[in-house]
Design a protein around this ligand. Sequence first.
Ligand SMILES: [Zn+2]
Length: 222
Amino acid sequence: MKITSSIYFYPFSGGLENNCNTIVLTGDVPIIVDPGHKHLWPSLKAKIMDDGLNPADFKMALFTHCHPDHMEAGQILEEEYGTVQAMSAVEKEFYDGPGQGFFPWMGLDPPTGDIGRLLDPGVLDLGDKVLELYLTPGHSPGGLCLHWPKEGLLVTGDIIFSHSFGRTDFPGGSLVELKKSVNRLKALDKVEMALPGHGPAIMGAKAIADNFAYVLDIMDRY
Ligand SMILES: [Zn+2]
């Protein structure tokens, strides 16, 4: 689904299984954020191609975090198109350790392929786009959120959703850290669309501010 001339959002709508939302940013250096599960890639790929995009153009598969429902299909992109898989350096350390346990736990094959790029918080230069990456632990130790101030885009991963927030009971999770991360995101200026890792997009500065207030209120009761 095209949101702007360079932002495409693919919310996951299957009711019986889990997968994440996927985001594609086109431009000088096209990237795909959170390509989801391997077995769901063919249907996602079809939707992407229906929008006139070519997955072979994707230079990077950026993972907000290393949970299989967000990153598993990155291996296919790397194998088929040479797309570079990327996550935060902090997350990679976790991925190489306890993070491997998520795959057998979800009945999945162990991951192959290479995390070819380790990202640090700060500027991510994509040529015609300059994004800011924020390290947002809490759901996982090295979760990343992406902010593109020029377009008012915030990609929130599994930190905050519409009326909910990411689980903190997985290995590497922390409610204290998650609250800090939510507050960090709340403080950002220039956010007009928040695209979360699961569930619907939150559109408009007022709706986004209201959602932060609502979610922080729930978190305070935990
Ligand atoms: Zn997750």
